[in-house]
Design a protein around this ligand. Structure first.
Ligand code: ARG
Length: 588
């Protein structure tokens, strides 16, 4: 039997189908299948109890009927599992060793796994709007979250078969340009885009420009005029604006290269500047927006807060803003890409903006012909805190530059490698330091439930113990060395393998089976930490197995099945880390 990868979904379908064939159940029955406590089996269907309660029936009686029917309807399943009723009517599924042998025999390589993981639900077009820094500034520590979580979500959804469009919605049309252009003219500075510190110079100029506007109202007025000139298309200001953006893009790109993150589109806010009239006209025409003190605003009478808190879509000076470009962006993504879903990855402080944006878009887009409202989801995240429990900052109180943070991660892991492994060549050490350092930073972020704040700690994230990238990377290195020492390639000789027997073999096999459930959990909630927790537990099961079950033994059947377990663990760990955007290594 070729068992499906999404084993939970398969069971769920079988249960639903079987229940429907019985008089005692109707369509409202749901299996409520979930991974079970290891003592009772792999999965547990808890749905009979609430169903019986609703119908005023005896749950144990219903569970009995269902289990009897399952035993007769699906012979493959009956042969593969022990079905048991527990308590008042829970149904436990405990897979037998023979099932594990069948299940493990397939998924023997990365390619098979990728094919199996495609799920038909995910055949949709999903635009992921992530990273999205603002130009004229450096990316700072806060941007790591959107970049790393966004990239992981793209990979996770892609793995399940979604068509992903990665879009970097850069903030390149904001008020910072008025100040910068004013300051360039005031200090009579020529921008040198090729200078290695061009972006630092811009930031410095922005600081000086802001200071000027604070002391002198006339400078503020000039900055405002420069911005209006730019927005009206003044050619000199546009040239300066382009130069400033080019400097920023160069700096962004070097961070994306380092983090191995890529985009299909980089369409900044400015791209939508000539697409905002359609937004105003539509919102006014359909009486969604109204004039208020010279501005155009949207209220949502059905919402407790947004019936009073306006969503400003055109400022009183006539200028567009963040809300306007975001509305135009939704329309563009529907028209050009036919997106079924848009995912926005930003920090939690933008929750109001996105809630108001989604409410407004839904009211507006349903009036447009041939346009289906895509599923709009705001994936927000908490703040990275310093050891003092406040938002992390440098000693002087400035935001930490992402560039510096990444350099420090590599530097710190280089020191550890030098200490632990002085025999490696310097080239090897360099590569390990880079992969471990960057992996540690990414993993520290991804392993946290994204809506929580978390405390940034170098010692924790670089530790070889605990739920960290170094721990997982080391588990992979160890499995690879098992194969090297055994003189085997992963996958070789598996036809001689027998079913898992020892309790450690069985619990490792069980943990491998749960990979698809972890993936489903991570994607349905758009929370990569579910996958991290899973991989950490898998590494733990592997370690327990390896410590008490010698792999390379005389008995060729035992050896073959243990090597098969090693090989599957390797495949799943590698696939899992790659879904998180973390590169693995051979040695460390
Ligand atoms: N540039 C914004 C910021 O730095 C994030 C943009 C997010 N995407 C969007 N479509 N609004 O906060």
């Amino acid at each position: 039997m070729n068992w499906p990868f999404y084993i939970a979904k398969y069971l769920d379908n079988v249960i639903a189908k079987t229940a429907r064939s019985l008089d005692a159940f109707d369509d409202s029955f749901e299996s409520d299948l979930r991974p079970a406590d290891a003592r009772f089996g792999e999965f547990q269907a808890n749905g009979v109890l609430p169903y019986a309660k609703r119908k005023g029936a005896n749950p144990r009686e219903l569970a009995n009927q269902l289990v009897t029917a399952l035993r007769t309807c699906d012979s493959a399943l009956t042969e593969a599992t022990n079905l048991e009723i527990a308590g008042p009517g829970f149904i436990n599924f405990k897979f037998l060793p023979k099932f594990y042998l069948e299940w493990l025999s397939y998924l023997s390589n990365q390619g098979e796994l990728e094919d199996a993981a495609k799920s038909p639900i995910a055949n949709k077009v999903v635009a992921v709007d992530f990273s999205s820094p603002n130009t004229a500034k450096q990316m700072h520590v806060g941007h790591i979250r959107s970049t790393v979580i966004g990239e992981a979500l793209c990979r996770l959804l892609e793995f399940q078969g979604a068509q992903i469009i990665r879009d970097n919605h850069v903030g390149d049309w904001g008020t910072q340009f008025g100040i910068l252009i004013m300051a360039l003219r005031h200090f009579n500075i020529e921008l040198d885009s090729d200078a290695p510190d061009a972006l630092e110079q811009l930031e410095d100029l922005y600081r000086r420009g802001s200071a000027l506007t604070k002391d002198d109202d006339s400078k503020l007025e000039i900055a405002r005029i420069e911005l209006v000139k730019l927005q009206k298309g003044d050619s000199e200001n546009l040239a300066l604006w382009e130069q400033i953006n080019a400097i920023s893009y160069q700096a962004f790109q070097s961070i994306y290269d380092q983090l191995n993150v890529r985009f299909d589109h980089v369409l900044g806010e400015s791209f939508y500047r000539d697409k905002v009239d359609e937004v105003y006209n539509g919102l006014v025409h359909h009486e969604i927006a109204q004039e208020s003190e010279g501005a155009l605003v949207v209220f949502h009478p059905e919402h407790a807060r947004y019936k009073k808190q306006p969503f400003i879509v055109r400022k009183s000076d006539g200028a567009s803003n963040y809300a306007t470009t975001d509305l135009a962006t939704i329309l563009y993504r529907i028209r050009e890409w036919m997106t079924d879903e848009v995912i926005y990855v930003t920090d939690g402080r933008q929750q109001d903006h996105f809630q108001q944006l989604f409410l407004t878009a839904e009211k507006w887009i349903r009036h447009l012909q041939d346009h289906k409202i895509p599923n709009l989801r705001h994936v927000w995240f908490g703040t990275i805190l310093g050891e003092d429990g406040k938002a992390i900052k440098t000693r002087s109180g400035d935001p930490i530059k992402l560039k510096d943070l990444l350099a420090e991660a590599i530097e710190r892991s280089r020191k550890i490698v030098e200490e632990k492994n002085p025999d490696l060549t310097s080239q090897e050490r360099e590569e390990i330091a880079r992969l471990v350092g960057l992996g540690a930073i990414k993993y520290a972020d991804l392993s946290q439930n994204r809506t929580n704040d978390y405390v940034f700690s170098w010692d924790k994230m670089l530790s070889l113990d605990g739920n960290t990238a170094p721990y997982l990377l080391y588990a992979i290195v160890r499995i690879r060395s098992i194969f090297r020492k055994a003189g085997h390639k992963p996958g070789e000789g598996e036809e001689f393998a027998t079913a898992p027997e020892t309790s450690e073999e069985l619990s490792l096999a069980r943990q491998l089976l749960l990979f698809s459930s972890a993936l489903e959990q991570a994607t349905s909630d758009l929370r990569p930490h579910f996958l991290c927790t899973y991989l950490y537990e898998l590494a733990g099961s592997f370690s327990t197995f390896y410590n008490s079950n010698k792999v390379v033994v005389e008995d060729s059947a035992v050896k073959a099945r243990r090597l098969m377990l090693c090989a599957r663990t390797l495949t799943v760990m590698e696939a899992g880390l790659s879904l998180l955007g973390i590169e693995t290594l051979e040695k460390m």
